[in-house]
Design a protein around this ligand. Sequence first.
Ligand code: HPA
Length: 266
Amino acid sequence: MKTTTAKIIRELGGLMPRTAIILGSGLGGLVDSLDMQVRIPFSELEGFPQSTVSGHSGELVAGKLAGQPIILISGRVHYYESGDASAMRTPIECLKAIGVENLILTNSAGSVDEDMGPGSVMQITDHIDFSGLNPLIGEPSDNRFVGMTNAYHANLSAALARAASDAGIKLFDGVYMWFSGPSFETPAEIRMSRILGANAVGMSTVPEVILAKFFDLNVAAFSIITNYAAGMTGDELSHGETKEMAPKGGENLTKILISWLENNQV
Ligand code: HPA
């Protein structure tokens, strides 16, 4: 961990980002918008995981966006790739160690709500860990008993919601329910998730939120809605559809993030 952290700090060459964004599908293009780019492939960072999902390449990219230093983590690793819910622990621990305070998580998700269609952006206000998994299983310290009452940081989330409004972009908010994947949900599971209070369903992010709280980072999170969830239309779901639809909501989420960076010292 220490050597990995030292390597990142060395490569950043004086850039000291206090904000990092974990990019889900649909936001990958953001890495090309950074000025003064430093790119470090996960393969050069000890303890960083290797993604196996098409559309997710593993790199830590640092640079300036809207004039502010920022780190982008492209190529998150999901639980379903290897059965390890703590796959993103080292990257998140390293972010904390190099001085990052705000972690913004993004994902693509299916909508459970009729009025939140594909292309929408939803800010996650709370979540349901339906997988029954937890990235802190096996963590020996008492710090494993992480409070999740305020998992999503009120001030950071509010500032991002203001940025959406400043940019004239409709931002939904709601509860994200984590399914392990990689198979999609059944229509019955989606009816259940609606009854339990979910607005969107997906296969990532929740373990990262838990890890980020464990490492005492401020968390905000967004879902790009790529489809109506299973059974809501006559159509079958596919990863192809996720990849095809993600850039649409991704464009709006990018505008929200840039508006936030332009109007806040982060
Ligand atoms: N379910 C789970 N994960 C997803 C979905 C979905 O409908 N769409 C994009 N990621």
